[in-house]
Design a binder for this molecule. Sequence first.
Ligand SMILES: Nc1ncnc2c1ncn2[C@@H]1O[C@H](COP(=O)(O)OP(=O)(O)OP(=O)(O)O)[C@@H](O)[C@H]1O
Ligand SMILES: [Mg+2]
Length: 269
Amino acid sequence: MSGLVYTSSASGKAAGETKPAPVIRLERIHKIYRMGDIEVHALRSVSLEISRGEFVAIMGPSGSGKSTMMNIIGCLDRPTKGQYFLEGVDVSTVDKAGLADIRNKHVGFVFQSFNLVPRTSALENVELPLIYAGVGSAERLRRARAALGEVGLSDRERNMPNQLSGGQQQRVALARALVNNPSLILADEPTGALDTRTSVEVMGIFQRLNRERNLTVVVVTHEPDIAQYADRIIQFRDGRIHRDTPVQSRKDAKEVLQQQPVEEDEDDL
Ligand SMILES: Nc1ncnc2c1ncn2[C@@H]1O[C@H](COP(=O)(O)OP(=O)(O)OP(=O)(O)O)[C@@H](O)[C@H]1O
Ligand SMILES: [Mg+2]
């Protein structure tokens, strides 16, 4: 990230003082998509702070701006107006190459459709971000194996995506998101294509990583049940934050799975 300017946080405190800078800080972010004559105002002055180790669920109707915000947070896209600080660095003005660099170092992505590379083994899929990061082959193999181990898939490393169940494919995608050791995991409807039990298993992996590694996790979901595994729910409406509330009695995926008989699938959660 050479060439980037570190700015002090809004509180004016230098690093090392009591309150750490938030991992994510959005300041009056706007996003306007222009298609010919038509303008879509997808985000309208969104301001938001997310601290290290928080587990946030993003909810809201279709078209309310959730993915647009995730793309900006994940440095896949830039805001039209407003400032975005990631780890205290103002990334709103960074160019495309700079964004890719920041993304590689700090962010792991998980999508609804898994986005694995077909005809490429689980292990090779997980190695990909390390190839982009220029990591040598021995180290790559070691880290990809460790990441697959973290999601409980050590015995499937040679399988191609089409030789894995949906839940397993999503766990490979999770391993791929983790392999660069990001400080932030962004997941856009990660359980949208999964059945209930598999969804809870995936949320369980997020919860474990959040607790054990203090990883910051932001998950978009349409399912109120899934949002209850987070510790904070942010509701979007019409490109704005409509509500931002803590989860009162957070669900524990491990407990939910233990209470559920293995044979039963969908209905009982
Ligand atoms: N690349 C794009 N070009 C033009 N308009 C876009 C683009 N991406 C999103 N939009 C528009 O911006 C608005 C917000 O879209 P966004 O994808 O953020 O919604 P969302 O909350 O993620 O919805 P969903 O729950 O359906 O995924 C929508 O009106 C959408 O049509
Ligand atoms: Mg979306």
